[in-house]
Design a binder for this molecule. Structure first.
Ligand SMILES: *Cc1c(COP(=O)(O)O)cnc(C)c1O
Length: 463
């Protein structure tokens, strides 16, 4: 399997290159050259597999020999063992036809673990085979940082530096990063905003000296390997609840579009996935796009679901590429127009194609709280604000309950205890393995918002 860039101006690459590279040199995103296709016979064979078996089966054609089969089995088994529920991605029924898939049983209690626990191990394996090391650098507004740290901790050939805006992440989120005692984990609090942290990371990647000296790498959400890992839980739920004449719909609290795009991939490969329903908060660029065909950038306003407070959904480019029949020239000029003007209208046929498969609903903070409360009263489940937006979107999409719909629970309620408490009066406790989080020792350095200071710190730390 080779991978091509959506913008069509980079050479096709093999899996290991795509894993280590992330973004293509032409600014595009990598997608597989062709999609593996599964028949009814294949699906019948996969139904009833354990999550680990299915994970191996789904990623095998994508990894395509870059990792030996016996090593890949070990990696898959270790990945699944990092989750604290034997189903890995359990499905819970909320009402007739409505389900919730809990993707918060990983070490950091957010769905990003489902991809990063695998990707950290794949990174380490590929680096060891090449005799290389890498310095991962990333910026976080909360969930990504801790998930990446847990994925990379204690790996011999990786150092990881995570920049977070000082005083602007929740205490649980900060402690999940700063209490990791591994020697290869380096937390940096920047005197600035999340955007400042992102700009610092970008300027490091643009600094060819720093990039080469430190051998910088990234594990951000546009990395193909993260999408690949996420396809598995759509396959899992659609096989469990769907069948030959029964498609399963999904409602997904969405920010960068990485999660829901994996659902699109699963459907493209032949899994019984039906409609894909986007839930957004007030940062609703995707809901506005679905309604009008126009993608237009507005400012970001902070919400109760901070992991969805985005200006632009970077993975949407991959869907647009498919909706334009993989015409990279058309996509490239469209992206140029969009970046230059801050808005662009999709070609009519691409927009209509997207709307036959996707829909979107928007919820503000008041709606979010009332859905948290409603879910608590009707099911006894405490759900976090991101999850509540998925539940709301599922209910608004399929009110008759005739086709099964699965909403994706992207975070454990204890990650956002204030919002949950203000909606329900109940404060969700951290699970036992994190119960002493507030007593653990923190490790973190504070730096000014300056690229030179960050470079100097990395150089001094790596020695
Ligand atoms: C990252 C995140 C999302 C958004 O996922 P995307 O793949 O960016 O659309 C939603 N909920 C939670 C809790 C997250 O951490």
């Amino acid at each position: 399997m080779r991978y091509i860039s959506t913008r069509g101006q980079s050479e096709p690459l093999a899996f290991d290159e795509v894993l280590l590279t992330g973004l293509a040199t032409d600014g595009g995103l990598y997608v597989p050259m062709e999609w593996p296709q599964y028949s009814e016979t294949d699906l019948a064979e996969m139904r009833g597999m354990s999550y680990a078996e299915l994970l191996y089966r789904v990623i095998h054609p994508f990894v395509d020999g870059c990792i030996a089969d016996d090593r890949l089995r070990v990696i898959v088994d270790e990945t699944c063992a990092a989750f604290r529920h034997q189903a890995v991605a359990p499905l819970k029924q909320l009402s007739a036809g409505r389900w919730m898939m809990e993707l918060f049983h990983g070490p950091t209690l957010a769905f990003k673990d489902y991809a990063l626990q695998l990707v950290g191990r794949l990174f380490s394996e590929v680096l060891a085979a090449r005799g290389e090391r890498v310095t991962i650098i990333g910026a976080t507004s909360g969930d990504t940082g801790s998930s990446a740290i847990e994925a990379c901790r204690d790996r011999d050939n990786i150092d990881i530096f995570i920049l977070h805006p000082q005083g602007r992440v929740s205490e649980v989120q900060r402690r999940q990063m700063t209490t990791v005692a591994s020697a290869n984990v380096h937390n940096v609090a920047i005197d600035g905003t999340f955007d400042d942290c992102q700009d610092l990371v970008k300027s490091l990647f643009n600094d060819s000296d720093a990039r080469a000296t430190f051998r910088l790498g990234a594990v951000n959400s546009i990395n193909w390997a993260r999408i690949m890992a996420q396809i598995v839980y759509y396959a899992w739920a659609s096989l469990a609840l769907g069948g030959e004449r029964r498609e399963v719909n999904f409602a997904v609290p969405t920010g960068n579009f990485g999660n829901i795009y994996a659902g699109f991939c699963a459907r493209t490969m032949g899994f019984p996935v039906g409609r894909l329903v986007v839930g957004t908060n007030q940062n609703d660029i995707l809901a506005r796009f679905m309604a009008t065909g126009e993608m237009s950038i507005l400012g970001v306003s902070p919400s109760l679901s901070p992991s969805m407070d985005i200006q632009v959904s970077s993975n949407f480019e991959r869907l647009l590429f498919e909706a334009m029949d993989r015409n990279s020239e058309q996509l490239r000029s469209w992206m140029q127009e969009f970046r230059a003007a801050g808005s662009a209208r999709a070609p009519q046929d691409a927009w209509e194609r997207i709307r036959t498969e996707f829909s979107a609903h928007r919820y503000d903070d008041e709606d979010t709280k009332s859905w948290i409360d409603d879910t608590w009263k009707k099911t006894g489940e405490l759900v976090d604000p991101h999850t509540a937006i998925g539940i709301a979107a599922a209910a608004d999409e399929c009110s008759d309950g005739r086709e099964p719909i699965v909403s994706i629970s992207t975070a454990h309620p204890a990650k956002f205890p204030d919002a949950v408490e203000s909606a329900t009066g109940m404060r969700p406790p951290l699970p036992p393995f994190l119960a002493d989080l507030f007593e653990r020792e923190e490790r973190c350095v504070s730096l000014p918002n300056s690229a030179e200071a960050v470079v100097a710190h990395i150089a001094a730390t790596l020695g």
